[in-house]
Design a protein around this ligand. Structure first.
Ligand code: ADP
Length: 220
């Protein structure tokens, strides 16, 4: 599902170059739930950004779901990303002026639109958000916001979810609920790459990839 071959990422800043990823070779099989761990600044978010086609590698090859994303134009990549990948972030990124259901629907791509509203309603119901459909994010708890963000990530039925510290802003009870929802996605055959520094979250994964200074130091 995710295949990185000798991937490096160099950021150029006024103070010089930062090698955020250094010759990373990694395969995440379809249906795998993998955690990415390591100290702050080791390249976890950069790895997720590249796997999510939000950023491009400075060198090396990146294939997602069998497609060479490095060879795609920016618009082809955006189309690919919208159809194939769901994103969950620590800070939710919900649109404050849209309701819960509108936030989920805002992510729908045209070829998934037919029954999307019904799917959104059913999913939010399953996520214990049925009573909040017409609320705005400002009226929700942080745990509820993350459940909406997960529904949004899943609305196009992606095979891959990339999650960057999805429980970082949540209390233990809400963190557990979020991890349970990701667990169900995985049990249904989905692939997950989860960046986390929390043991509880990492323990849900089948595999932990450990990064240090842009390099994979352990990837059982
Ligand atoms: P992590 O997620 O593990 O904290 P990051 O991937 O965010 O690590 O960052 C890896 C390294 O790349 C860090 O040294 C960070 O400062 C640097 N970095 C990340 N993004 C940028 C950027 N846009 N410009 C310059 N340096 C960056």
């Amino acid at each position: 599902m995710i295949k990185l071959e000798n991937v490096s990422k160099v950021y150029r800043t006024s103070e010089g170059e930062v090698r955020a990823l250094d010759d990373v070779t990694l395969t995440i099989e379809q249906g795998q739930f993998a955690a990415v761990c390591g100290p702050s600044g080791c390249g976890k978010s950069t790895l997720l950004t590249i796997a999510g086609t939000l950023g491009t590698a400075s060198s090396g090859k990146v294939a997602i779901a069998g497609s060479d994303v490095g060879a795609m134009s920016a618009s082809a990549r955006a189309h690919f990303r919208a159809h194939q990948i769901g994103f969950v972030f620590q800070t939710f990124h919900l649109l404050p002026y849209l309701t819960v259901v509108e936030n989920v629907m805002a992510a729908v791509v045209p070829d998934q639109a037919a029954d999307a509203k019904q799917r959104a309603g059913e999913m939010l119901e399953k996520f214990q958000m049925g009573h909040r459909l017409n609320h705005r994010p400002g009226q929700l708890s942080t745990g509820e916001c993350q459940r909406v963000a997960i529904a949004r990530a899943m609305i196009n039925r992606p095979k891959l979810i990339l999650a960057d510290e999805p429980t970082g802003n949540l209390d233990p009870a809400n963190a557990k609920e979020v991890l349970d929802l990701l667990g169900v996605f995985h049990q249904d055959g989905g692939t997950i790459l989860l960046v986390t520094h929390e043991e509880e979250a990492a323990s849900r994964a089948q595999r932990t990839i450990l990064l240090d200074q842009g390099r994979v130091v352990s990837s059982p």
